[in-house]
Design a protein around this ligand. Structure first.
Ligand code: PAF
Length: 286
């Protein structure tokens, strides 16, 4: 396994690489969710590249960029064990030299929910991902379903810019109590950690309500809200179209329940796809 620090070193390391090449973009502090992406890439691609870069462009001025967990040596060991071929770990000055001026703005899909709470976040995500795609030139790039709006944003970017790669979205990895794995879970104290799985319970309640025939979005969301204890302060709880993050026309097409809540100063996000029961004799209201 090689470690590249610059675009030139990546290009040199990948000269003549067996294709397809799979890229797993990460910000490091790897957990089992990241390693599931690597495992999937390893199964599907002949060369696997993992990037580790805590991207300053996607953090707001009051956010946790400085204290975001960094665990480079442990990450390298885990990626070596996982059979990765190349790690790309540039520093911020390499990624964004002083005269860097271009940004990718994904438009409306990046303006709601996470985008509203974190202005500029998805511009930062889209910009760094396009740079990573242009550096590694992968056939496939792997992302976790937990970051559903990030997936929607990157889908928009890949389509709009005709980028020649496939986005592969892998299922969210959860603790046994349902909490989605996230590097930010490390910020939770014991009481917050005990309360955190309620976020997924709320989402499951929404998905179950729709599945069981509650096609009114507000009432379905209210069923989820009832699951949130006071310790979890809701940032948003809703049902959206997974591609646009707009309200779905109705709950019979593609829809995903999304949630975010504060536990102290940590904000967690999660989502649950909604599947509608389709009994042959069921009439579904418009
Ligand atoms: O999901 C993440 O970890 C980041 O947003 C990503 C895709 C690596 C871009 O910095």
């Amino acid at each position: 396994m090689r470690i590249a620090r610059t675009v030139g070193e990546v290009r040199e390391a990948l000269l003549g690489a067996a294709r397809p090449v799979g890229l797993v973009p990460t910000m490091g502090a790897l957990h089992a969710g990241h390693l599931a992406l690597v495992e999937r890439a390893r199964a599907e691609c002949r060369t696997v590249v993992v990037s580790i870069f805590v991207n300053p462009l996607q953090f707001g001025p009051a956010e946790d960029y400085a204290r975001y967990p960094r665990a480079f040596d442990g990450d390298v060991a885990a990626l070596r064990d996982a059979g990765v071929d190349l790690i790309y770990a540039p520093d911020a000055a390499t990624m964004y030299p002083p005269d860097f001026a271009t940004a990718i703005d994904p438009g409306a899909v990046g303006a709601r929910y996470e985008g509203a709470l974190r202005p500029g976040h998805f511009k930062g995500v889209a910009t760094v991902c396009v740079k990573l795609f242009a550096t590694v030139l992968p056939e496939r790039a792997y992302f976790g379903a937990k970051d559903a709006q990030q997936v929607a944003v990157l889908g928009r970017v890949v389509t709009d810019l005709n980028l020649p790669l496939e986005l592969v979205v892998c299922a969210t990895v959860r603790e046994s109590d349902g909490l989605a794995l996230s590097s930010r879970n490390a910020y939770l104290d014991a009481q917050q950690r005990a309360a955190a799985p309620a976020l997924h319970r709320a989402l499951s309640a929404i998905a179950r309500a729709v599945h069981d025939g509650e096609y009114d979005r507000d009432r379905a969301v209210a069923r989820g809200r009832a699951e949130l204890p006071a310790l979890l302060r809701e940032a948003y709880l809703d049902v959206v179209d997974p591609a646009t993050f707009e309200p779905p026309a109705n709950l019979h097409g593609p829809a995903v329940a999304i949630a975010s809540a504060w536990l102290g100063s940590t904000r967690l996000i999660d989502n649950e796809p909604i599947s509608v029961r389709c009994a042959a004799d069921e009439t579904v209201p418009a």
